[in-house]
Design a protein around this ligand. Sequence first.
Ligand SMILES: Cc1cc2nc3c(=O)[nH]c(=O)nc-3n(C[C@H](O)[C@H](O)[C@H](O)COP(=O)(O)O)c2cc1C
Length: 206
Amino acid sequence: MTSLLSLHTSTRQSDSFSNRILADFENQFFDLHPQTVKVSRFLGDIPHLDFDAQQAGRVDSEKHDERLRSAFALANELTDELLSASALVIATPMYNWGPPSSLKAWIDRVINTRTFYQSTDQLADLPVSVIISSGGLYSEGENTKHDFLRPWLLECFSRIGVRDLTFINCDPAGPMEYGRIDPSSSESGLSKALRQVPEAAKRARS
Ligand SMILES: Cc1cc2nc3c(=O)[nH]c(=O)nc-3n(C[C@H](O)[C@H](O)[C@H](O)COP(=O)(O)O)c2cc1C
């Protein structure tokens, strides 16, 4: 059974722009890939690495003793979900010019000896779509130099062998949040992002 790994981070539930775009992405994805199941995670549930977990991720799993095996259990499960997915979609806000700590916590678990220290092409054909909502406009124009989220994601995913990463940009979200622009108008950040979804949602590996 193939899967869409769907990760979300916003705590704003139905007010969240990234969550709204994610719902649209999922609908379109499952229309096009009906045999696929959804594996969904709210990344706020993932704890930051403690000492044992960070050690475990850096020691080959064949060399794990009982302590490291148990400390690696969550990372192992998240890595299985990543490696077996036919597509990955992440919905995230920008927080303080970078990722929310919950997204960092997921990345800190999945970059481990099973992914980073590998020379295989196991993730080369995995399509990754990242929906980003930010108050200001960071995907184009003057502010791109203050955007540490997209460059950081590109670095992390390329380091584990991902070759197909696309961003769906919901920005600027501020004018919608503060009622200065109607989210349904064609010039809104939300409408811009929704127009990017059909192309991104087509992609899946077999
Ligand atoms: C803690 C925090 C930090 C934020 N930092 C930024 C920022 O650096 N740049 C920005 O443009 N917006 C920033 N925002 C605004 C969010 O990116 C914006 O509200 C976004 O739409 C939230 O995503 P969501 O609608 O999916 O919840 C921040 C919001 C919060 C709560």
